[in-house]
Design a protein around this ligand. Structure first.
Ligand code: NIG
Ligand code: FE
Length: 418
């Protein structure tokens, strides 16, 4: 792998500074104008003003990448995805447009349970090929690290199938994939009349087995109306924690249940969704270390107006993150720039706040902020360049992919019009 001298950057958004970022610090992108980056092997060897970097002895032997005035930032860290699923649910999309709600469709046998049915009969080879294609798209849109959940298997064989695919993909594909066990996505059909028995199975057998096998770093639960109660969720996440799986939680998406309070009680790495939080929740989150991961792609795709209160969370001092929630039911997008656009216009986050929420803060929620999420000497050379001259144009242009370069640990994964 050659060393790279990356020049012609109108702006380098380094994101250097305190981790995690809250309040006013969310706007600190620490921009270098007319800058350059020197990459040695998989790491950033130097970053700063072009004249200084070009004169470094190592820069003379490096291969030059001239970006022609583009904006460079850390590769996006997408901290909430459901990467492994068999196919779309486009028919439900049409049903919703005609007036059915997400929960009505789920109650009549569609929704998560329909994806589960199809995933169980899909081969690992087919699922993996589809995921690989999607990983290439993530990279082509500027994402270099993702979190990925199981949760469309819900029997031991199928959950294991998903986790093993994630493990293989992490070994074989350059993107970093951080696996989360979401056996508690919904109660599967065969346990519908005895949900407690399913929770027992999760806490006594599956979670300890996943933890022992090292197949996941995190444990998640869909704590919501129609899924798991707060008490069930507590048992599930505590079983995960006992095995070293850090808690994450799908919280307050469809109804207010108290899931946020549980996230704080258990010191979860992240509480995700938060569309239905109360003023009290906002204050409590502002005082906690739980990352608030907002997923505006869901409201957009479901055609709902109750976006999570991003602005109020920032004002309360919360640690904000944003993610795609890439999944076939509520958010079929893998574009972090689309999520940035939604964060800005629908949740009144500024472009700078949204970029921080898409890089260093989600890196913190995945516990990888020492390696990724900012462009600093010693960190991985994980970066993306966009064909714009001002970073605010990244969310401003929507529905197009202006990513011209994606680099992961010093290797070029995507290059367009350069
Ligand atoms: O994050 N809320 C639960 N899980 C997904 C939706 C999954 C699905 O509908 O397939 C979400 O929105
Ligand atoms: Fe989700």
């Amino acid at each position: 792998m050659p060393d790279w001298l990356i020049t012609g950057c109108s702006q380098i958004l380094t994101l250097r500074g305190p981790v995690p970022r809250r309040g006013r610090a969310l706007s600190q992108l620490e921009i270098i104008r007319d800058g350059a980056i020197l990459v040695h092997q998989d790491r950033i060897a130097a970053v700063g003003a072009k004249r200084r970097i070009e004169r470094l002895p190592k820069a003379r032997h490096a291969e030059k990448l001239e970006l022609g005035g583009r904006v460079v930032l850390p590769g996006f860290v997408d901290s909430h995805t459901h990467l492994i699923f068999p196919f779309s649910r486009a028919a439900e999309y049409e049903q919703r447009i005609s007036g059915s709600t997400y929960e009505e469709i789920a109650r009549s046998g569609g929704g998560i349970r329909s994806t589960v049915k199809h995933l169980r009969s899909a081969s690992a080879r087919v699922l993996k090929a589809r995921a690989l294609k999607n990983l290439r798209e993530f990279a082509a849109h500027g994402t270099t690290t993702i979190e990925a959940k199981s949760g469309y298997g819900l029997d031991w064989k199928s959950e294991l199938k998903i986790l093993e695919i994630l493990y293989d993909l992490h070994q074989e594909h350059p993107l970093d994939i951080h696996a989360t066990f979401l056996g508690a996505h919904v109660v599967p059909q065969e346990f519908r009349r005895r949900p407690e028995a399913y929770v027992d199975l999760l806490t006594r057998r599956w979670i300890p087995a996943v933890a022992t096998a090292g197949l996941a770093e995190f444990c998640d639960v869909f704590c919501d109306r129609g899924a798991f109660t707060v008490d069930q969720s507590r048992r599930i996440l505590m079983a995960g924690r006992a095995g070293g799986l850090v808690p994450r939680i799908h919280a307050e998406q469809l109804a207010h249940t108290g899931a946020v309070r549980l996230a704080i009680e258990l010191q979860a790495a992240s509480a995700d969704h938060l569309e239905k939080i109360t003023r009290g929740d906002i204050q409590a989150l502002g005082l906690s270390n739980v990352v608030c991961t907002l997923l505006p792609g869901c409201c957009f795709h479901l055609g709902l107006k109750d976006y999570a209160p991003g602005r109020q969370l920032i004002e309360a001092g919360a640690i904000l993150g944003i993610a795609t929630d890439f999944n076939p039911g509520t958010s079929p997008t893998l574009s972090m720039t689309m999520i940035l656009s939604l964060a800005c216009t629908q949740m009144r986050m500024t472009p700078a706040e949204a970029i921080t929420a898409a890089t260093i803060n989600p890196a913190y929620s995945l516990r990888v902020h020492d390696r990724v999420g900012s462009l600093e000497v010693g960190k991985y050379a994980d970066l993306a360049a966009f064909d714009v001259a001002d970073y605010r144009e990244i969310p401003y242009y929507f529905g197009v992919n202006l990513c011209s370069l994606t680099m992961k640990r010093g290797a070029i994964l995507h290059m367009k019009n350069l």
